[in-house]
Design a binder for this molecule. Structure first.
Ligand code: HEC
Length: 188
């Protein structure tokens, strides 16, 4: 095979036509379509059921505070995973990809999308520092009002990382670079 690859490259360079069976394009290769019958399996189906005992990634197992942001219906008040630099950097990255276009890079609700949204504006997340962390987790996990759930984009760890980063944005509001304490309200 190793020897074949340069040979194919040379053929392509020379402009020769390579038969598509040879390239095994995904389009033409033999495969089953959805719901197609199969003689291979005893039950005659090509689509297989998950092995017994498999659970969906988001199944409510283990610690519900961790997976739903609520314990017995009450929003959790502490992030249930250790928050370190790695988690905050992950949160920063994911926030930038999934949330910033609406809630703004700083979390203040200033974004191009927000400027052009007619129905309901994405709120500033900085004004919500009194809300428990579970509120942010649940908003990501379940959606909030017109905002859809982002559980498909972010797994449990990434959701908590985003929550930790939102907390960091809230803490950073009104803080000068290098300052240890946030500035008093009147100096902001
Ligand atoms: C497509 C734009 C959009 C994206 C992307 C988005 N949001 Fe939202 N978000 C909204 C809007 C609009 C609302 C207000 C919904 C309402 O009140 O009906 C909202 C509401 C919220 C709320 C509830 C605010 C409150 O008043 O308590 C939180 C928390 C939140 N978003 C966090 C996030 C996080 C974290 C992300 C990224 C994982 C995110 N949002 C991504 C548009 C967005």
């Amino acid at each position: 095979m190793r020897k074949l690859i340069p040979a194919v490259g040379l053929l392509a360079l020379a402009g020769c036509e390579i038969p598509s069976e040879f390239l095994q394009r995904m389009e033409t290769q033999s495969k089953y379509e959805y719901y197609e019958a199969s003689e291979f399996w005893a039950d005659g189906r090509s689509m297989r059921a998950p092995p017994e005992g498999s659970i969906p990634r988001e199944a409510k197992v283990g610690n519900p505070g961790m997976t739903t942001g609520r314990i017995n219906g009450a929003l959790v008040s502490a992030i249930p995973v250790p928050v370190d630099k790695r988690v905050l950097l992950l949160g920063q990255k994911k926030y930038g990809i999934v949330c910033a276009q609406c809630h703004g890079v700083l979390g203040d609700g200033n974004s191009i999308v927000a400027e052009n949204m007619g129905l309901r504006l994405p709120p500033s997340l900085l004004d919500l520092s009194s809300k428990p962390v579970g509120h942010f987790y649940a908003a990501i996990n379940e959606g909030y009002g017109v905002m859809p759930s982002f559980s498909g984009e972010l797994d449990t760890e990434e959701r908590w990382a985003v929550v930790a980063y939102v907390r960091a944005l809230q803490a950073a509001r009104g803080t000068r670079a290098g300052a240890e304490q946030p500035l008093p309200q009147e100096n902001r």
